[in-house]
Design a protein around this ligand. Structure first.
Ligand code: NAD
Length: 477
């Protein structure tokens, strides 16, 4: 059984209970995890508090940066082990798992370098005063991580929080914890003081809920579904705990007839197939200018028919979904597509070698999806893309902005003025022009508007969210 990692030690769950770890590629349990409860969370929060008031809190920003850099190096050194764990635990094709392992190391490298470059300002004020601002850590930050990119999401959230001087309690998703437990152990080996980084595993409604409600938590960073984001916000409000929310998306790829199709097509396919579509920023809607619609759909249909799905170890285009209920969710959307007579224009194939007990879904291109259809409005979180035509720029914008979400969008066009006109009117957190950065962009501020959440992670911007600004006004004349 994998135990919690608290205060640089493996700690058994207070309840003695465990959660099975299932391999999505074959549906079989291969490990078990500690089932954390409020008592385990309380221990982790008190340990993190002691570290914040003790050894970690006493470090200078430069010293913190050096420790983060040592951990980044350990992650690079153990990248293959991290990738193998992540691949098996999440069902990721190994190429993706390796990219995630490299990304988490890069996040720590980035935030290691940023730790001592984060500073306040002086503000011109009345004569006789000097006014300055300090960026101080919140204290103990809680991090609730989903199962789709455990390493990457840990990297962008915990890396920034530690660099800013916080100590952290992390609650990974019950479906994917193994890589983060290894990272916590690597942090101890890198010389992190006891309690700077703690990982408590368990279910969301138990360990997650206890973390959000704990009065010793000074900030919550939540990445997950919009529904649980609301639950977390309400629970945190009881203690006035600030929350950063990174939720889902229904991100549009907007393709104009003048686009470079050769460049666009493989990127559009990858943006929905990567991680079996279980990516918050998946490009799950394809809006195409009507004059190019038939050509784009026909070419994509050929590309989809070549996609192969299988176990993580086969390293194909697409792996399994995370669990049986996720597979049921995705097939539920496709049942509605058939019921409503929407044409399936292209579909990949699950290979014969894929175990029948795994959670496989062939990537699917659905065309002529009405903008109000559930497939065009709700997050599937699977490899299904909804294509629809638009008539002009204004129509494209209405469709692009016409969902509850606002995370990412891309514009494919050679017309520079149009690129900027649209980019400025899109209601979302990131716009890609003639590219699409699903899952990437360590240096680029990331986050949403509307149901996609609020606050920004990644890049230098994330550091501001993990600090509190204090203003000091000095009267000297
Ligand atoms: P989820 O909301 O069910 O779970 C996310 C995390 O919250 C897990 O660790 C879970 O244990 C925990 N949790 C569940 N109930 C809780 C509660 N009551 N209190 C506290 N914590 C609780 O989401 P999921 O199914 O694991 O992930 C899929 C969702 O995450 C999708 O909607 C996806 O778009 C979103 N996501 C967003 C981003 C982003 O950056 N915007 C990144 C990845 C995933």
């Amino acid at each position: 059984m994998k135990q919690h990692f608290i205060g640089n030690q493996w700690v058994a769950p207070e309840s003695g209970e465990t959660i099975p770890v299932i391999d999505p590629s074959d549906g079989q349990a291969f490990e078990s995890l500690a089932r954390g409860n409020a008592s385990d969370i309380d221990l982790a929060v008190r340990t993190a508090r002691a570290a914040h008031e003790g050894a970690w809190g006493r470090l200078s920003a430069t010293e913190r940066g050096r420790l983060l850099q040592k951990l980044a190096q350990k992650m690079f050194d153990h990248a293959e082990e991290l990738a193998q764990l992540e691949g098996r635990d999440c069902g990721k094709p190994l190429r993706q798992a390796r990219a995630d392992a490299a990304a988490v190391a890069r996040y720590f490298e980035f935030y290691a370098g940023a730790a001592d470059k984060l500073h306040g300002e002086t503000i011109p004020y009345q004569n006789g005063y000097t006014v300055l601002t300090l960026r101080e850590p919140h204290g103990v930050t809680g991090h609730i991580v989903p199962w789709n990119y455990p390493l990457q999401i840990f990297g962008r959230s915990v890396g920034a929080a530690l660099a800013a001087g916080n100590t952290c309690v992390v609650k990974p998703a019950e479906d994917a914890c193994l890589s983060l437990l290894l990272v916590a152990e690597l942090a101890a080996q890198a010389g992190f003081p006891e309690g700077a980084l703690n990982v408590v595993t368990g279910y969301g409604h138990e360990a997650g809920d206890a973390l959000v409600r704990h009065p010793g938590i000074d900030h919550i960073s939540f990445t997950g579904s919009p529904a649980i984001g609301k639950v977390v916000t309400c629970a945190a409000a009881a203690n006035h705990t600030p929350v950063t929310l990174e939720l889902g998306g229904k991100s549009p790829q907007i393709v104009f007839a003048d686009a470079d199709f050769e460049a666009m097509l493989p990127v559009v396919v990858n943006a929905i197939v990567q991680n079996a579509g279980q990516t918050c920023s998946a490009g799950s809607r394809l809006l195409v200018e009507r004059s190019a619609y038939e050509e784009v759909v026909a070419r994509l249909s050929v590309a989809f028919s070549k996609l192969r799905v299988g176990p993580a170890s086969m390293d194909l285009d697409c792996g399994p979904l995370i669990r049986q209920t996720q597979l049921q969710r995705v097939t539920g959307f496709l049942d509605e597509v058939r019921r409503d007579g929407l044409p399936i224009a292209g579909q990949g194939q699950v290979v014969a070698e894929a175990p029948r007990t795994g959670f496989y879904q062939a990537p699917t291109l659905v065309r002529d999806v009405p903008p109000g259809h559930r497939l065009a409005q709700e997050e599937v979180f699977g490899p299904v893309i909804a294509a629809m035509p638009f008539d002009d720029e204004a129509h494209a914008l209405r469709l692009a902005n016409g969902t509850a979400f606002g995370l990412v969008a891309s514009i494919w066009s050679r017309d520079g003025a149009r690129q900027m006109r649209l980019a400025r009117k899109l209601r979302c957190g990131q716009v890609f022009i003639n590219n699409y950065g699903a899952g990437g962009g360590i240096e680029l501020p990331f986050g949403g508007v509307k149901a996609s959440g609020h606050g920004r992670e990644k890049g230098f911007e994330a550091l501001y969210g993990f600090t509190v600004l204090k203003t000091i006004s000095i009267k000297h004349d």
